[in-house]
Design a protein around this ligand. Structure first.
Ligand SMILES: Cc1ncc(C[n+]2csc(CCOP(=O)(O)OP(=O)(O)O)c2C)c(N)n1
Ligand SMILES: [Mg+2]
Length: 617
């Protein structure tokens, strides 16, 4: 079939499907894009032709910022358990490099996104083109080479003949749960427009079976022996449990063994907050209950977790002298972490095999009373009655209580991820979307857009700090244009509450973290800025509800739910309001020498805390 490279890409993508557990889904549900030179007449023409003629079904969605459109694609993939995803097309140069942060986020979080950065001319006759980086040492280098370390698959299609291999290679990686992340196929702008006789088979319906790899029995046996001989095991549920739809299996495993289940940011909701074995988040922003159990555990069973420093409290969370790890993970790379006894397998298959091999072994459950006490602490934080401005924990409480079981909360950066991991009560595996692999400010609204597109039947709440909002709020316009309803809860605290608190704890006196005028000694300690983010949201086309009190917020959320358009609910909170302690630590180095007494004091506590840090070998 004679098509341009752009037309071939679109026709190919429209015919890709995934299948897992017998259910088929469109692999590439649509294409986000922002046109400029590079893609306007290449992929752009192909998307137009597809829409006009119906020859290929690949809906196009115009985004407002390229980084944000990749965030939206990541949200889409996450909500779809990585079984359905989005493509993104960007123009040459800045349009394409704007996608770098999104690519990194997707790869860090193991989320499939398919990116088509436009690229410099293959023919080079007109070089250098507008927005081309010229490398005098090598003419085949372009800015898109910056994607290489961020992508799980990277290729550049210099000739039409290379396209089939590039597309199949990208799809293989995207649909492999162990390898998935950003797949990047760079398309030189002349090549996008070039015609070629592609083989018809390239455009036949193709189903990518998403595997549930089974564990190797001898590895299960070795791991089971470790668990059987444990005195006080703890299980950590990561994102892999959710992506692998292994919640029922985890529930069975927990009930039959009595082992407490802690969770990571990506794994929250894998089992409900009120499950008899649930002890809440573990690590730097975990609950004191989970952190006590982690500290004392002699065996840690990590399921579908990549053990980020927040999960391990920078390798201080596990203090039993002989602690051993058993990891179930579809990726050998993650399964091997902490010198574990690995079970390289799908989460569901791995849990089921390990449970069978444990032969009915049960462990004492002495943590229920602690969990009950902890839940009283959460209730208290939800109803703090902080004044004159409400505390963030109260905002989280009101949103949590407004959320139906299937509703969704989205967050990524600032003080909210920690507070949410500590305080949020998740009822459903798809309820809690805190992007905390890359913790990218600005993900919230864009990510929520993709999440809502993946499952329009759910109410989606994006919680956004003022800092994140200022970085990337423009996808409100995209949502308005597409008629996509989100509820954005905009938490105004005049700067970086999170980094301010961190700075203070490290002796850096909240330097440069608040949004204020410069004061007498040139710090940002003057009065608040005349900034009205609610008015800003209104100007972008959102319905806006301004709240002052917790009661206003409760009412505002009710009205937002009744509204059928994107609604921003704005509330100001006290950046210094208290949160219950995780009784944990996070490694952020403090200068060894300093002229400042605050830094010297912080260095002392830092050096002290470092002693608890361990290599798990
Ligand atoms: C893109 C990006 N830049 C910088 C950071 C570092 N950072 C983490 S949280 C934060 C401040 C967030 O401010 P805001 O959204 O207002 O949340 P708050 O801390 O006030 O809760 C910064 C600068 C980041 N995570 N992402
Ligand atoms: Mg803030």
């Amino acid at each position: 079939m004679r098509l341009t490279v752009g037309q071939a890409v679109v026709r190919f993508l429209a015919n890709q499907w995934t299948e897992r557990d017998g259910v088929e889904r469109r692999a590439i549900a649509g294409c986000f894009g922002i046109f400029g030179h590079g893609n306007v007449a290449g992929l752009g023409q192909a998307l137009l032709q597809a829409q006009r003629t119906g020859e290929a079904d690949l809906p196009y969605h115009l985004a407002r910022n390229e980084q944000a459109m990749v965030h939206a694609a990541a949200g889409y993939a996450r909500m779809s358990n990585r079984l359905s995803m989005m493509a993104c097309t960007a123009s040459i140069g800045p349009g394409s490099t704007n996608m770098l942060t999104g690519a990194a986020l997707a790869t860090v979080n193991r989320l499939p996104v398919l990116l088509f950065p436009s690229d410099i001319f293959a023919t080079r006759v007109a070089a250098p083109v507008l927005q081309e980086l010229e490398d005098p040492r090598s003419y085949d280098v372009s800015v898109n080479d910056a994607f290489r370390p961020l992508a799980r698959f990277f290729d550049r299609v210099w000739r039409p003949e290379q396209l089939p291999a590039a597309l199949l290679g990208a799809m293989r990686v995207l649909t492999d749960p162990a390898e998935t992340g950003a797949a990047v196929v760079c398309l030189p702008q002349d090549v996008q427009a070039e015609a070629y006789d592609f083989p018809d088979e390239l455009f036949a319906k193709r189903v990518w079976h998403v595997a549930r790899p089974l564990p190797e029995p001898s590895f299960v046996e070795r791991a089971a022996e470790v668990v059987r001989n444990a005195a006080q095991p703890v299980l950590i549920a990561g994102g892999g449990v959710i992506y692998g739809e292994a919640s029922d299996e985890l529930d069975r495993f927990a009930r039959q063994t009595g082992i407490p289940v802690a969770d990571t940011q990506a794994g929250k909701g894998a089992i409900g907050w009120d499950h008899p074995n649930s002890v809440g988040g573990v690590g730097s922003t975990g609950t004191p209950v989970a952190n006590r159990l982690a500290r004392e555990a002699d065996v840690v069973i990590g399921v579908g977790t990549r053990y980020s420093d927040f999960t391990t409290a920078s390798r201080t969370a596990f203090q039993h002298p002989d602690v051993k790890f058993v990891n179930i993970n579809v990726a050998g790379f993650d399964a091997a972490k902490q010198a574990a006894f690995p079970i390289v397998a799908d989460a569901r298959a791995g849990l089921s095999a390990l449970l069978a091999a444990l032969g009915g072994k049960r462990f004492p459950t002495d943590y229920r009373a602690d969990v009950t006490r902890w839940q009283e602490t959460v209730d208290h934080a939800y109803r703090l009655g902080h004044s004159p401005l409400p505390a963030q924990s109260e905002v989280i409480g009101v949103v949590n209580e407004a959320c139906g079981a299937r509703d969704v909360v989205v967050q990524a950066a600032g003080s909210m991820p920690g507070d949410l991991q500590l305080l949020w009560r998740a009822n459903d595996p798809k309820q809690y979307h805190v992007e905390y692999g890359y913790s990218c400010m600005g993900f919230e609204i864009a990510g929520a857009l993709g999440i809502k597109m993946a499952d329009p039947s759910r109410e989606v709440y994006a919680l956004v700090g003022d800092g994140s909002y200022l970085m990337m709020a423009q996808e409100i316009v995209t949502a308005v244009a597409e008629g996509i309803k989100l509820i954005v809860v905009l938490v105004q605290n005049h700067g970086f509450a999170s980094i301010g608190a961190l700075s203070e704890s490290l002796g850096s006196q909240r330097f440069g973290t608040s949004y204020r005028f410069r004061g007498a000694d040139d710090d940002y300690d003057g009065s608040y800025l005349p900034v009205d983010l609610a008015a800003n949201a209104e100007s972008l086309g959102a319905s806006v509800i301004r709240c002052r009190t917790v009661a206003d917020l409760r009412d505002g959320l009710k009205r937002a739910r009744e509204n059928d358009r994107l609604t921003v609910v704005h509330i100001e909170t006290d950046p210094l309001s208290p949160v219950p302690s995780s009784e944990s630590w996070w490694d952020v180095p403090v200068p060894e020498i300093s002229e400042l007494s605050t830094t010297r004091a912080a260095r002392e506590s830092y050096a002290e805390a470092k002693h608890a840090q361990r290599h798990y070998l």
